[in-house]
Design a binder for this molecule. Sequence first.
Ligand SMILES: Nc1ncnc2c1ncn2[C@@H]1O[C@H](COP(=O)(O)OP(=O)(O)OP(=O)(O)O)[C@@H](O)[C@H]1O
Ligand SMILES: [Mg+2]
Length: 152
Amino acid sequence: MAEAARPRLERTSLGPKETQALGARLGSVLAEGDCLGLDGPLGAGKTVLVRGLVEGAGAADRVRSPTFILHAIYPGPLTVHHLDLYRLDPGVELESLGVEELLESGAVVVEWAERAAGDWFSARCRITPGIGDRRRLELDAPRHLRRAWEPG
Ligand SMILES: Nc1ncnc2c1ncn2[C@@H]1O[C@H](COP(=O)(O)OP(=O)(O)OP(=O)(O)O)[C@@H](O)[C@H]1O
Ligand SMILES: [Mg+2]
């Protein structure tokens, strides 16, 4: 299916556990070469999603809050590279962070993806806060990732 025609999958989360569980479902089908960009304001739940994702990918380590970490590596059956661009200037080139090599050996998930220049993302998830703990998560991703999010 052409990228432009790819359906967007929208899910609602009512709390951090639900966001983490959605992340775990994505993580369980994540594959080498996937590059997932996360968008959403401070405190939206991007790191919570990544925590689930890393868990679902089968890594033994728990995701720390990466505010001060640019790149964390979670080895497992699939290595997950977790990048956080928050502290970088907008327009940062992911090439300069070595993303090409990272994608050859695992999957990459990037917080503050909107700060990245270029077109490295094969999938994108936007988290929009609602009232209280409610979050809307919109996934624009290839089929193998979307399927993990389909209800049921
Ligand atoms: N439905 C929800 N999904 C995710 N987190 C939620 C939800 N409801 C409340 N929260 C809370 O919101 C916070 C989300 O924090 P998190 O660090 O994941 O945000 P972030 O998007 O990574 O922020 P930053 O831009 O600072 O990296 C946590 O304290 C979490 O408990
Ligand atoms: Mg974060």
